[in-house]
Design a protein around this ligand. Structure first.
Ligand code: CO
Length: 140
């Protein structure tokens, strides 16, 4: 059921600073523009690697869901991993039946890639916050 690793989410207090790291130290050349996702309370920017992406996320607005994470990790840090699944609802229901807990209502929300996503609570995931996203159609 689990598909490709799509991206690793990295929280940062400053996308500009994080971009400079990936561009100047790692030598990444394919980095998207920073853009706001107000419904999710974050700014995002993607560093495109040959086999996956790094999703840089910075708080947007007063009630950002990553504010608490950054309070604990002021320099930022690894926040979540995202796996692709063919059918988000089927994956959710199957994992829920096996004891996984969804964050929020468990209803998929539109993610940064324009496909539905859900998040699985780290307490059932070996301490890792897991995002599942439906495989983008263009990738087929
Ligand atoms: Co993500």
């Amino acid at each position: 059921m689990i598909g490709k690793l799509n991206h690793v989410g990295v929280a940062t207090p400053s996308i500009e600073t994080a971009v400079a790291l990936y561009r100047d130290v790692f030598g990444a050349t394919d980095i998207t523009e920073k853009r706001a996702l107000p419904e999710q309370g974050v700014w995002v920017c993607f560093v495109n690697l040959p086999n996956a992406q790094i999703e840089l996320i910075e708080p947007w607005g007063e009630n950002s869901p990553i504010a608490a994470f950054l309070a604990k990790n002021p320099k930022g840090g690894q926040h979540h991993v995202c796996f692709e699944v063919v059918d988000i609802l089927a994956a959710r229901d199957a994992m829920r039946a096996k004891g996984a807990t969804m964050l929020g209502t468990g209803e998929p929300r539109m993610g940064a890639h324009g496909v539905p996503v859900i998040f699985l609570h780290p307490r059932d995931m070996g301490g890792v916050l897991v995002e599942l996203m439906e495989t983008p159609r263009a990738a087929h």
